[in-house]
Write a protein that binds this ligand. Structure first.
Ligand SMILES: C[S@@+](CC[C@H](N)C(=O)[O-])C[C@H]1O[C@@H](n2cnc3c(N)ncnc32)[C@H](O)[C@@H]1O
Length: 311
């Protein structure tokens, strides 16, 4: 046992009222609550004279992980700028979020794909084994995923039971056409892979990320039409995202005297459909790429027309 683990053992035991401070002991499985996490973090901070908070404790819930975290904080004390003052620095905390963001983002998308947010909406206060039965994934992997989701605070864990936060319940649990459930998978598959090309794009002044998509067409939209499944994912996301801001347009568009509206690049018709609901006599023609128009299909007074060279 390392010196750190030997010192941490009694703190862990006191906070969790247990004598089990083995390497694989788990904070949550030992009955740890958020108040215990605050108490344990405070005693670690005092004993080791480092900055540690309750989030650190719950995101390093295995005893050995927590001991490693303390060791790395202690090691960092001797190098570079004082880590303790960095932890008090809002910019540093944002930096932490930025650099860990991709891992947390992908955990959220996996939570969506396994429908964990939806399951917790239907069955709040579920235990890990109930979620495991529903999601049909191995227990250990699910526990790691749930730790990551708890560290985002989108999901909360109280006495071994999981619940959606209010934000997750509102934005992620539902399956409506404006749900973020439709937006994030497209960001994962289309937007985020493109960002790794940023340096070359800045250097050359061109959209170098396009090279990831087959074809020689000049825009992402056109190249996506070669991959109908991905194009559908992308347009579902765009429709959901557009719905988030549509109320502003609907509240301000005065179209009562207008007979026929043309929406060029109108995608799957999200905007056209909402406008037609608000102004029932309005005819709308949506022009978009052939593949997009073909997928949408005419609906009442809304007609879709393929227009490969609209601009
Ligand atoms: C940013 S999206 C906007 C979609 C929709 N208006 C909305 O607000 O959700 C741009 C749209 O333009 C379409 N588009 C892009 N290039 C086009 C082109 N050359 N001809 C026709 N449509 C095109 C895309 O397929 C996509 O649906």
């Amino acid at each position: 046992m390392t010196d750190v683990a030997a010192k941490l053992g009694p703190l862990w035991g006191a906070a969790l009222r247990t004598e089990d401070a083995t390497d694989d002991a788990d904070f949550f499985d030992s009955g740890g609550t958020s108040i215990d996490a605050v108490r344990l973090a405070a005693s670690i901070a005092t004993t080791f004279d480092i900055a540690v908070n309750a989030v650190d404790v719950v995101t390093h819930s295995e005893f050995a992980d927590l001991a490693n975290l303390i060791e790395s904080r202690l090691a960092a004390e001797g190098t570079g700028p004082a880590i303790k003052s960095l932890w008090d620095d809002e910019v540093f905390r944002r930096f932490e979020l930025i650099v860990n963001g991709p891992a947390l983002f992908n955990a959220v998308v996996t939570g969506l794909e396994l429908d964990i947010f939806g399951f917790l909406a239907r069955q709040p206060k579920a235990e890990l084994d109930e979620i495991r039965q529903f999601a049909d994934v191995p227990r250990h992997q699910l526990r790691v995923l749930m730790h990551a989701l708890c560290s985002t605070r989108l999901i909360e864990r109280h006495e071994g039971r999981y619940v959606n936060s209010a934000v997750a319940e509102t934005l992620l649990a539902g399956d409506g056409p404006d749900s973020w459930r439709h937006i994030l998978p497209a960001w994962q598959r289309v937007y985020y892979p493109a960002f790794q090309h940023l340096t070359s794009a800045v250097r050359t002044g061109t959209n170098t990320a396009l090279a990831d998509y087959p074809g020689d067409e000049p825009s992402l939209y056109q190249r996506l039409s070669r991959d109908p499944e991905l194009e559908a994912v992308f347009h579902r996301a765009m429709g959901a995202f557009t719905r988030q801001t549509l109320d502003g347009l609907l509240d301000n568009a005065e179209l009562s005297g207008v007979g026929h509206l043309v929406d060029v690049g109108g995608g799957d018709g999200t905007t056209a459909i909402q406008l037609a609901n608000r102004f029932p006599d309005l005819r709308v023609t949506v022009f978009d790429l052939n593949s997009v128009a073909a997928r949408a299909g005419d609906q009442g007074l809304i007609k879709f027309r393929g227009c490969p060279e609209c601009w």
